[in-house]
Design a binder for this molecule. Structure first.
Ligand code: GDP
Ligand code: MG
Length: 792
């Protein structure tokens, strides 16, 4: 039967995995291979996706994708068995109930030379920069370890050509080192942009060594990536992280045994508690300095199913060796990728037709003998070896405290009837705390600080007799403009504080799981919910947070949808019009505007889905990590990074834009200072724009001016109107035009800060597209409101 027919609670064994291409490879890489045992944990509240337990971790799949997986149900476990084993293990023998324990202590650097065969052999010349790549699964503790290793010697950038964060840093105390934190990946397949980035980094930038971080509590799935790293023939040291958690739950690992199975140094660490990290650094430097390659690269077994995979691999290795050497790809790695059918590697190798045909025959022969197709056979070979290694060296913990706690929390947080109310409640609390409690208080504090500073500067400039023009520029332009933006730092930082806690704790993954079905209807996948939510706060962090999305298509589509979310900077605009025109119906209008934004986003998404972004949303193959308490260090560091990022922007883009607007509003076309802004350049530009807004009942140049100033920041729509209209707004606008103005302000272009963020993520063309498109949408929506309004 198919996996989508299995009931929650049932156990099953995978018989075959259907599907094609990226998705299928992803299944296999995540451990859904023929022969693997799994249990169905639960369906999401809306019936899709499904949470499974496989290789001891939680995996989510969509029902549709489950339909491609053929299974055979297994009998339920006997009660006594499930006591010790429970759901935390998928039923493999891995030491369950056995009495073996392993001392986790590590004999130390050198170990009689066993894993440092060269010892004092032929090291790299002194002074060579030792470059390291930090590679590991998501949630394996990479960020935590990276921060421990580098302290504050790090800087964040992008990998060339893609907007995936790249963090580099020096290892504390070792000046000639450079460590790069690669994106969290599950495999070296080229199917997600992050996996490709990591693979290209290792193949092309050739780090001197790899530090592979492995989550010891989830060792089988994590070692899958290790297997592929070992094939690359670059020195590797394995950091077994989360050892504190493993040992606290009664598990242990025979470190020396693991080392001899893997042929590389293995160091047990706890990144959070900073245990073993110094030893890890010693090993890493040693293997890099002496260029100690893994002692083992051959994980195929001669006796496995008649050795079909073994023979195939070695035949292909011989066949492609010269090509691989010529194109600089490690031969063993190239061979297994070729057998998996990796088109990129095949074309990089430049095989001729004869050789390709020969290879296809070899692979076909293997498939026939092994009874599995090419990708499954390779994945199976890797997992077989992993199982062998784990059976020999790992004593799995009983059900871990973390797992039990996660299951309890999930009963509510992903429970059928409680998930959505819980989600709404959590978001409400986060937004309430950010925008009502902590944010405004700090914002007021900062704003009054800035005001004081402005007053002091103003007085100083006056007493120094500074030229009026310069004075105006500094006070009205720089201090007022940049100052008003700077006062948003507290809100942004606090919002990020909550969101990073939600994310690091593992809750955001659950939200994506719960909301996936709804978002699929509009062509997105569950993970896009996060940026949308942040967009209610501010579009800038919303756009930045799309980096966590796995597919480029989803990421782009999400970015151009975020401006529809009503950001907090628009609140003053709403408040201004509500007070003047609809004092009795304020709440109704506010809620209506938020809902209108969402409705427009849904409509836009439906439009994009069929035009700009054809194709399927990313497959929803996602791990649900156990809930963990985020480490304060990580959170603080993240906040600091965000604040720094924002400051940098405030003093570049925003400063420039402010100066430009100040200039336009203060001078006329003869560059003479004007006393009344009506004769300024800004007003004549705005006057030219006014006819465009006439059909919306907004044909006054002052309205156009206010809207233009909204490009800088949405709040300045209000401040500009207050200056230009005074209290006379009601004599110029009708109630209907006020309604049109509200709709227009909600939907039209995002502010400069948001534009800059969009440009950084998508490039200038997209940014201009978004600006024009939002204005068009706003115009149409306001026009509809105006037309309906005039009719009734
Ligand atoms: P990344 O996704 O690989 O960057 O992982 P993070 O560094 O964000 O860590 C994921 C979670 O695991 C965080 O909540 C960390 O606090 C936690 N964590 C990291 N290292 C350890 C460890 O050694 N022991 C324990 N118990 N938790 C850890
Ligand atoms: Mg991380």
């Amino acid at each position: 039967m198919k996996l989508n027919e299995a009931h929650p609670g049932s156990r099953a064994k995978v018989i075959s995995v259907g599907g094609t291409g990226a998705l299928r490879q992803h299944f296999l890489d995540m451990g859904v291979i023929p022969g693997a045992e799994l249990s169905v944990v639960k369906y999401a509240p809306m019936g899709d996706p499904v949470e499974l337990l496989i290789h001891g971790y939680s995996l989510t799949l969509r029902l549709e994708d489950c339909g491609k997986i053929e299974i055979e149900t297994l009998p339920d476990k006997a009660p006594d068995e499930s006591d010790t084993d429970n759901k935390a293990s998928d039923g493999r023998k891995g030491g369950k109930g056995s009495s073996k324990t392993f001392a986790s202590s590590h004999p130390g650097l050198g170990e009689g030379g066993k894993f440092h065969p060269k010892g004092s052999g032929d090291p790299l010349p002194d002074g060579t920069l030792l470059t390291f790549a930090l590679v590991g699964n998501q949630n394996s503790g990479k960020t935590t370890l990276f921060n421990k290793l580098t302290g504050s010697n790090q800087h964040v950038g992008n990998f060339p050509g893609v907007t995936v964060d790249r963090k580099d840093g020096r290892i504390i105390g070792h000046d000639n080192t450079l460590i790069t934190d690669l994106p969290g990946i599950y495999s070296m397949s080229p199917f997600s942009s992050e996996e490709l980035v990591s693979r290209d980094f290792v193949l092309k930038e050739k780090p001197k060594a790899i530090i592979n971080i492995v989550d010891a509590t989830n060792i089988e799935r994590n070692l899958y990536l290790t297997m592929q790293l070992l094939e690359m023939g670059i020195p590797v040291v394995v950091a077994l992280n989360m050892m504190d958690e493993l040992t606290a739950n009664g598990g242990s690992i025979d470190i020396n045994g693991m080392e001899s199975m893997l042929g590389v140094p293995v160091v047990p660490i706890s990144a959070v508690k900073n245990q073993g990290v110094a030893e890890l650094v010693d090993h890493a430097i040693h293997i890099a300095h002496y260029q100690e390659k893994p002692l083992k690269q051959d994980f195929c077994d001669e006796s496995d199913h008649g050795g079909a995979v073994h023979r195939c691999l070695h035949a292909v290795i011989h066949l492609i060796r010269d090509h691989a050497e010529a194109s600089g790809i490690p031969v063993r790695f190239a061979a297994s990728k070729v057998i998996e059918g990796d088109e990129l590697i095949i074309s990089q190798l430049g095989l001729d037709d004869n050789e390709k045909e020969l290879m296809d025959h070899i692979v076909l022969q293997m498939e026939n003998e092994r009874g599995l197709d090419r990708s499954a056979a390779i994945a199976d070979m890797r997992f077989m070896y992993i199982n062998k290694a784990c059976e020999a060296t790992v004593k799995k913990p009983g059900v871990s405290k973390e797992r039990v706690r996660s299951e309890k929390l999930d009963r509510i947080l992903t429970g059928r009837f409680t998930a959505i109310p819980a989600f709404i409640a959590i978001m409400a609390v986060v937004f309430w705390l950010t925008f009502n409690v902590a944010g405004p208080w700090l914002q007021d504090l900062l704003a009054s600080g800035i005001d004081k500073l402005t007053a002091v500067a103003d007085a100083a400039l006056t007493s120094a007799g500074v030229n009026d023009v310069l004075h105006g520029l500094l006070i009205e332009g720089v201090f007022a403009g940049v100052g008003s933006v700077l006062s948003f730092i507290p809100i942004i930082v606090i919002l990020f504080f909550f969101l990073s806690i939600l994310e690091d704790s593992g809750y955001i993954a659950r939200v994506a799981f719960v909301m996936d079905k709804i978002l699929r209807k509009i062509g997105l996948s569950g993970r896009s919910i996060v940026p949308m939510l942040i967009g209610f706060g501010c579009t800038v962090p919303a756009v930045m947070s799309t980096r966590t999305l796995p597919s480029e298509r989803d990421r782009r589509m999400t970015i151009i949808l975020t401006p529809f979310m009503s950001c907090t900077a628009k609140l003053p605009v709403y408040a201004f019009f509500v007070n003047s025109f609809f004092p009795a119906r304020g709440g109704f209008i506010m809620v209506g505007l938020y809902v209108l934004g969402i409705v427009m986003a849904v409509l836009a998404a439906c439009l994009y889905k069929g035009t700009l972004f054809k194709g399927e949303p990313a497959p929803f193959v996602m791990e649900l990590p156990n809930y963990r308490l985020p480490s304060p260090g990580n959170v603080l560091r993240l906040l600091w990074e965000k604040a720094k990022d924002f400051l940098r922007r405030a003093f570049t883009v925003i400063l420039l834009a402010t100066v430009v607007v100040w200039f336009l509003k203060s001078f006329d076309w003869h560059f003479a200072l004007v006393s009344d802004s009506q004769s300024s350049i800004l007003s004549s530009i705005a006057g030219a724009l006014a006819p465009v807004l006439k059909p919306l009942g907004l044909g006054d140049w002052r309205i156009a001016t206010s809207l233009i100033s909204g490009f800088i920041a949405k709040e300045s729509v209000v401040s500009t109107m207050e200056i230009l209209f005074g209290t006379g707004i009601k004599t110029i606008l009708t109630t209907l035009s006020a309604a049109c103005m509200l709709v227009f302000s909600l939907l039209y272009t995002p502010c400069v800060a948001a534009m800059a963020a969009i440009r950084r993520e998508l490039g200038s063309k997209w940014m201009i597209g978004v600006i024009v498109w939002q204005c068009v949408v706003a115009w149409i929506a306001a026009f509809i409101v105006h037309t309906i309004g005039t009719l009734i």
